[in-house]
Design a protein around this ligand. Structure first.
Ligand SMILES: *[C@@H]1O[C@H](CO)[C@@H](O)[C@H](O)[C@H]1NC(C)=O
Ligand SMILES: *[C@@H]1O[C@H](CO)[C@@H](O)[C@H](O)[C@H]1NC(C)=O
Ligand SMILES: *[C@@H]1O[C@H](CO)[C@@H](O)[C@H](O)[C@H]1NC(C)=O
Ligand SMILES: *[C@@H]1O[C@H](CO)[C@@H](O)[C@H](O)[C@H]1NC(C)=O
Ligand SMILES: *[C@@H]1O[C@H](CO)[C@@H](O)[C@H](O)[C@H]1NC(C)=O
Ligand SMILES: *[C@@H]1O[C@H](CO)[C@@H](O)[C@H](O)[C@H]1NC(C)=O
Ligand SMILES: *[C@@H]1O[C@H](CO)[C@@H](O)[C@H](O)[C@H]1NC(C)=O
Length: 758
């Protein structure tokens, strides 16, 4: 009965020494003799039902003995097929044992009842192990085969097997996992441990082993802030977390309200508590960025905002956090993990389920885990402000195409990068929380004045904008919050030669005063820089209409110093693409600020509005962020069986669309009010799929670039993607029509599909 279930058990026991094999055989024969003698006599008395029961007894008993023996001899390795995966000696033993017992049983039965039908099932189940005892004794190997479909679903499997053939001896950990040089042991290891190959190739069960529910801790909503504050104490007294602590404390009430409100809308119980390592590379002394030092001196805070909100979200959802910001701390944690430096990819012993870090942190991390990195790589989530497109992420491809960048080349799955705004859908959108400083009762008492507030806290942002501002000055009082250093402060802002004299400057304001000023203003005036800050969202949330400068041509890494070297070809079409694309009129007007007539008419249009509605996209509220991150944590899995068609988001949310030539999937989907969903690219990557959606394929080709799968309109070649790391929502080329996986979305929570909140 070498069925599938038993195989699993066998794998977990260890092996038998050859000598023990003989003992087993002897013992089993003894049991068999006793039972069968009994059996033959009882058979005539009790009939068929009894015989069935006895047969099972025989099998059970011999199993028990073999099992007991195996346990006693744990750790003994023997013979060429002795790996734990193949467990060949043990298999041989049991197969021989059972086959001989069954054979004799059958003969007895046949004689007595001629129960051939009944036996057929048993015979079949011995066959199910794929190999007969006789063959085993003759030293035949099991046949592990990849079907064409397997290869399609697990395109990396073949390559990994080739690698194993060369490298399995390079580290003892492979043989500890039972790899023994046979093809089957490679396939078993690659499917069971690393998830690159299908289990069907070796008849393994397709159910993923479940963790023991008795040792699972459930994640409970946590609203007590103090343990979190204690976690955020810098051991080196650099006060790196001071700013983060302040932000968390300041918004804490809103966070707790948000999580309770979300829990009332959707079931947040029954979630498994995850162990999460958060390593803030940007705060480390080694980063050289002096983030920690500059946090209160006007340093860039966008990243710290995002980290604060991420940490709060994870904590409030009840996950178990370890937070580090120094290399020493990281080293200390990793040095306690024996598995950290081993190249074998089992994640069973790892004391962490998810790791959030940034590119700096990732480099530090790689340095300390060295060969062990592979098994961690799928646990990583990289907090990445700008986004990393597949073409830059794929190291070899980037090198070949001269797209190498100090940020790219990490060979992670593109969705492992978490952006501040929804950039390329190839990455995941993490976002942050737009802070609201004014409470509702206060808000209604602030009257809206005929005034505009200019978005530009540093003088240099105002360069060459006078003409544009003069038009606004014609109908609105122009205010500003430009930070002036000591010198010009004393001499008043007239000292500035860049800022027009009619501008009323309030200097640097705290959050509450700034929001009060926004409440009084009708227009929030963008100057074109900085890109994609939180401020326009705060303005819109306070009812001020955002004038968003359009860029024609769009800014990108080739024409703009700011984006140079960033791992993205993104075309930034305005100062705030999110506001342009996802919010729009009447909250946002994206205009050419060099076109006087357009500026004038737009300002007039805004002034003609009767009411100034505040709008806050749900995804930038505390509740929206908790909902989104919770969905990611519960569903995203970049590890086991990663090359299988994705189960999340579910298929019902997906529509495959065959695009026009010269269009990226991002655009193809967006034009039909969908979002490109990279986790479903695998479904598009076949001739059948292309044909089904109207591609007149003449020949099938396979290639390696970010445009595929696609139809070449000149040749009618259907070109499939060779390397899934290059599946890309943004790839496009003139003569190519792409087949795109598109997903529906919730307005205001575009990371999630409709009905996918949980
Ligand atoms: C044999 O063992 C299995 C589980 O190990 C059990 O479910 C079954 O009832 C046993 N059969 C007999 C006849 O004892
Ligand atoms: C059992 O029955 C089958 C036909 O049903 C027959 O071919 C076979 O010879 C019988 N076996 C014995 C041992 O009588
Ligand atoms: C053989 O097994 C199948 C399913 O496992 C069952 O439906 C069938 O009744 C069995 N046949 C006999 C003769 O026991
Ligand atoms: C969550 O609450 C349940 C029930 O109160 C408890 O059994 C479990 O241990 C809690 N989980 C954690 C991580 O404390
Ligand atoms: C609103 O804010 C004001 C001033 O900060 C405060 O006095 C008042 O108590 C707040 N109201 C509520 C309902 O929180
Ligand atoms: C700005 O507006 C004020 C008030 O309407 C006006 O007095 C001033 O001349 C304007 N300045 C410019 C440069 O247009
Ligand atoms: C393809 O698109 C680019 C910009 O998206 C455009 O400049 C180019 O002219 C287009 N080519 C064709 C053949 O339409």
């Amino acid at each position: 009965m070498m069925g599938r279930g038993q195989w699993r058990m066998l794998k977990n026991w260890t092996l038998l020494h050859r000598r023990q094999t003989i003992i087993v055989l002897t013992l089993a024969f003894f049991i068999w003799t006793v039972t069968v003698v009994n059996f033959s006599t009882s058979m005539s008395q009790y009939g068929v039902r009894e015989s069935e029961k006895l047969r099972k007894d025989v099998i059970n008993l011999s199993e028990k003995y073999v099992k007991a023996l195996a346990r006693e001899n744990e750790g003994i390795v023997d013979g060429p097929y002795a790996g734990r995966f193949t467990a060949y000696d043990l298999k041989k033993t049991i197969a021989v044992l059972l086959e001989s017992i069954l054979e004799r049983l059958n003969r007895v039965e046949d004689q007595l009842f001629n129960q051939t039908m009944m036996n057929r099932n048993i015979t079949r189940s011995t066959e199910a192990s794929g190999i007969q005892a006789q063959d085993l004794l003759e030293g035949k190997n099991e046949q592990c085969e990849l079907t064409k479909k397997d290869k399609q679903l697990y395109p990396q499997c073949t390559g990994k097997i080739e690698w194993m053939k060369q490298m399995w001896k390079s580290d003892p950990c492979y043989s500890n996992y039972g790899v023994d040089g046979s093809l089957c042991s490679f396939i078993m290891y690659l499917s069971e441990v690393e998830g690159w190959c299908p289990r069907s190739a070796w008849h393994g069960t397709s159910t993923v082993p479940k963790d023991d529910p008795t040792i699972l801790l459930m994640a409970n909503i946590t609203t007590n802030i103090e343990p979190l504050m204690q976690m955020l104490v810098d051991p080196n007294e650099r006060e790196s977390y001071a700013w983060i602590r302040m932000r968390i404390r300041r918004i804490w009430d809103r966070w707790t309200k948000a999580v309770n409100s979300l829990a009332a809308k959707q079931d947040l119980s029954g979630r498994r508590q995850k162990k999460i390592l958060v390593h803030l590379g940007l705060l480390s002394q080694q980063s050289g960025w002096k983030f920690a030092e500059n946090q209160f001196k006007g340093g860039p805070l966008g990243e710290l905002v995002q980290w604060s909100d991420l940490i709060t979200t994870l904590y409030i959802l009840g996950h178990k956090l370890t937070i580090t910001s120094e290399v020493d701390q990281l080293k200390n944690i990793l040095s306690k993990l024996p598995a950290a430096n081993s190249p074998c990819q089992s994640r069973k012993e790892l004391p962490v389920h998810i790791i959030y870090t940034d590119i700096v942190g990732l480099r530090q991390f790689k340095k300390f885990v060295k060969e062990g990195y592979g098994k961690f790589s799928c646990l990583l989530r990289i907090v990445d402000t700008f986004g990393t497109e597949p073409a830059f992420n794929h190291q070899q491809f980037a090198k070949k195409r001269k797209k190498s960048s100090s940020w790219g080349g990490q060979n992670l799955q593109p969705q492992q990068f978490f952006n501040m705004f929804p950039h390329s859908p190839d990455n995941s959108f993490m976002g942050f929380v737009v802070e609201q400083h004014l409470n509702d009762s206060l808000v209604n008492e602030i009257p809206r004045e005929n005034q505009a507030l200019v978005y530009g806290k540093n003088e240099y942002m105002w360069q060459a904008k006078t003409q544009y501002l003069d038009i606004i000055n014609k109908s609105l009082e122009v205010h500003a919050t430009v930070y002036m250093d000591e010198r010009s402060d004393k001499e008043t802002n007239t000292a500035s030669t860049i800022i027009p004299s009619y501008v009323i400057n309030h200097g640097f304001l705290n959050g509450e005063d700034l929001h009060t000023l926004l409440r009084q203003s009708k227009v929030f005036v963008g100057l074109g820089f900085p890109y994609e800050g939180p401020a326009p969202l705060e303005a819109i949330a306070n009812g001020a209409v955002f004038l968003n400068p359009k860029f024609n041509p769009p800014h990108n890494r080739n024409n703009n110093a700011f984006f140079k070297g960033k791992p993205t070809e993104r075309e930034v079409t305005s100062q705030h693409p999110y506001a342009e694309q996802f919010i729009g009129e009447p909250y946002v007007y994206t205009i050419d600020i060099g076109n006087e007539e357009q500026v004038r008419s737009t300002v007039q249009k805004i002034l003609d509005l009767d009411t100034f509605q505040a709008y806050m996209p749900y995804e930038f509220t505390e509740e929206g962020m908790i909902q989104r991150m919770n969905s990611y944590i519960e569903h995203q899995n970049f590890c086991q069986f990663q090359r299988q068609p994705s189960k999340w988001p579910p298929e019902k949310a997906i529509t495959l669309l065959f695009g026009e030539p010269n269009k990226s999937c991002k655009d193809v989907c967006w034009e039909k009010n969908f979002i490109c969903e990279p986790s479903h690219f695998l479904r598009t990557n076949s001739m059948e799929a292309l044909k089904q959606h109207g591609a007149p394929c003449s020949t099938e080709k396979v290639a390696l670039d970010i445009f595929y799968p696609a139809l070449d309109t000149r040749t009618n070649d259907c070109i499939l993607q060779q390397d899934e790391l290059l599946f890309s929502c943004v790839g496009k080329q003139e003569n190519l029509r792409r087949l795109c996986p598109c997903r529906n979305y919730i307005k205001g929570q575009i990371a999630l599909c409709q009905g996918c909140e949980r």
